[in-house]
Design a binder for this molecule. Structure first.
Ligand SMILES: [Zn+2]
Length: 436
């Protein structure tokens, strides 16, 4: 969950170092926001734009296929009474109900990981390579995947054991306490993530002194953000995507940038990105997003608490499930929550996207680099559809699209820069030519 939130805050893309050879084209006159926006959007065209659109639109289907595969995997457990078998094995091993639930959940989680492994490999490894978006060989990818799975095996079954204890204690209103516990666990996870979880995947180090650090420290001080530590992490071991994020909570709250951002962007672009991240920090988006996501999770749990008992009453005997508090009912929860999650995707995207849009506005005011911002928005659009329709953006985008971001930047330039001039945007580097 912590990783999920961090991922949601992350910006990323493939790029080349771009020479700042922006030339003034219009000597005088009024600054045309629409024309300036179009000039940037047209730097992503032809095959590169088609590839970015295909990668991102394919992602819409991944959501559906992912849910269907989860549902199929759980349906197999029910059809062949395997979850009942897992529960009986657990009961043969230990007497306590909490421990029985934990062992059943361990079997259940392992089953899910094994059955969905080919899908995970396709989605996480082959598809990323197909689009030239990964720097990892299979062994490195598999090691990262195994670490994530290991964390899932430690936390998942423990969560199930607690949830089922709550279900047995409060058969009707368990969803409320369950949601509260989930929210508390997420906050704790977010707090410890920068110290205990994220270093499992990347190495974090202090940003070296120099003009980039000076610019970031200046931005931070102007916005009353502590700037003693600025962290850089080696995201290039996974991909060429540019990324910076705010992670942690309370004492562990921090802004980090990745090495791709340092290698492949100009100083104005880096400043624009860091201004955006500082917006997240100043406006407390980590806490906001966690609370809103927990609320949404609560709605899903309420739905499950009304649907699962009906399903168990109707078909439980056929599947060897005694009641809702029987850990053999895990696949029923899995199926119901996977189906409800499909409805939750646009809501979750909107929770994140609205915070991102606020951070975009904050970053423009903080860094005052509208052209650097527009260039970054175009670089990020090399793997995120640049000009979606409004409904498409609302449903599927967890960040504003490139078109929305460039337009916001050009509008800001129009409103805040005296005598604003239109520039010729630098050409976007082809992803396939990106140096490693
Ligand atoms: Zn952001």
């Amino acid at each position: 969950m912590a990783r999920h939130i961090v991922r949601a805050l992350v910006l990323g893309a493939l790029l080349l170092p771009v020479a700042a050879h922006a030339a003034t084209v219009s000597a005088a006159g009024t600054f045309d926001v629409t024309a300036a926006t179009r000039a940037y959007l047209d730097t992503l065209s032809g095959a590169a734009r088609a590839k970015s659109d295909a990668y991102f639109e394919g992602g819409y289907w991944l959501i559906l296929w992912g849910a269907l595969i989860t549902i199929a995997s759980d349906a197999l457990l029910l059809r062949f009474r395997l979850s009942a078998w897992m529960r009986d094995r657990a009961a043969a091993i230990t007497a306590g109900r909490f421990r029985q639930t934990w062992i059943t959940a361990l079997f259940y989680t392992l089953w899910g990981m094994i059955v969905t492994l080919p899908w995970s490999i396709y989605r996480g490894f082959f598809r990323e390579h197909q689009y030239g978006l990964s720097n990892q060989d299979f062994a490195a990818w598999a090691l990262d995947y195994a670490k994530g799975a290991g964390i899932g095996l430690v936390l998942g079954p423990l969560g199930f054991a607690v949830l089922y204890a709550v279900i047995r204690r409060f058969p009707r209103n368990w969803w409320l306490l369950g949601t509260g516990l989930m929210g508390a666990a997420t906050l704790l996870g977010t707090m410890i993530a920068p110290v205990y979880l994220l270093p499992l995947f990347n190495t974090f180090a202090e940003l070296a002194p120099g003009p980039v650090r000076d610019r970031i420290v200046g931005l931070a001080q102007a916005n009353h953000i502590p700037a003693e530590h600025i962290y850089v992490f080696d995201a290039s071991r996974q991909s060429d995507r540019i990324s910076a994020n705010v992670s942690g909570l309370g004492p562990t709250n921090r802004i980090s940038l990745n090495d791709n951002l340092l290698k492949r962007t100009t100083l104005p672009e880096t400043a624009a990105v860091m201004g955006h991240e500082m917006g997240h920090y100043v406006m407390g988006h980590g806490l906001r997003n966690t609370l809103l996501t927990t609320l949404l999770f609560g709605v899903l749990m309420l739905g499950a608490s009304r649907i699962v008992p009906v399903v168990v009453a109707r078909w439980g005997a056929r599947w060897g499930i005694r009641d809702v508090g029987d850990p053999a009912s895990m696949p029923v929860f899995g199926i119901v929550l996977a189906a409800l999650s499909l409805i939750a995707v646009p809501l979750q995207n909107t929770i994140i996207r609205t915070a991102e849009s606020q951070a975009d506005g904050f970053g423009l005011n903080a860094a005052r680099e509208p052209d650097g911002w527009a260039q970054i928005a175009m670089k990020l659009s090399q793997y995120r559809k640049v000009e979606p329709g409004p409904i498409e953006e609302m449903l599927f985008f967890d960040h504003p699209s490139g078109a929305t971001r460039v337009r916001m930047g050009m509008q800001w330039k129009h409103d805040h820069v005296a005598n604003a001039q239109m520039i010729v945007p630098p050409p976007l580097a082809q992803a396939s030519a990106a140096p490693k």
